[in-house]
Design a protein around this ligand. Structure first.
Ligand SMILES: [Zn+2]
Ligand SMILES: [Zn+2]
Length: 160
């Protein structure tokens, strides 16, 4: 039998059945496992309810609740970072940009682009606005009259 004790690294005698750790499956001499005779008897029962954990595994099990607590704390921190806008400056800038763009489009929704409008040289904004309005009305009427005249001409050319 090539099985050796995890604790002392020596082989098992024929009558010394190894005690196996229920976590890492490592084999131990009964004396190396430092178990009482009652514990050894309980562990050798077929339908045993007692479990044996070697000292390394037992240490790990003791640390498990601490690790669970640490993971929970970290998860809370991660969630906090996700919801904090200051931690995500790119998203903040992006949202602001989109909102500004929407507002700007709404503001210009009724805008009309007009070319060849002679600019007023007044430094009063209301005078400039009135000037631009007059210029646009004049141009629009000219355009309407030209179109109307063209369509009249076109009708004249049709032989009735
Ligand atoms: Zn041993
Ligand atoms: Zn173990």
């Amino acid at each position: 039998m090539s099985l050796t004790c995890v604790d002392c690294s020596s082989h098992f005698a024929e009558l010394d059945a190894p005690i196996k750790c229920d976590s890492c499956s490592g084999a131990f001499h009964t004396k190396c496992a430092k178990l009482s005779n009652t514990e050894i008897k309980c562990l050798s029962l077929k339908n045993r309810s007692l479990k044996y954990f070697c000292s390394t595994c037992e240490q790990g099990l003791k640390e498990l609740p601490e690790l669970k607590l640490l993971i929970r704390k970290l998860l809370v921190e991660v969630e906090g970072l996700k919801n904090c806008p200051l931690q995500r400056p790119n998203d903040g800038v992006c949202n602001e940009f989109i909102i500004n763009e929407i507002n700007e489009r709404n503001r210009r929704a009724a805008n009309l682009i007009c070319y060849n409008v002679i600019e007023s040289d007044s430094n009063q904004s209301d005078v400039r606005i009135a000037h631009d309005r007059d210029q646009m009305i004049t141009q629009l009427w000219q355009h309407i009259f030209k179109s109307f005249y063209k369509s009249l001409k076109a009708q004249e050319n049709i032989s009735w």
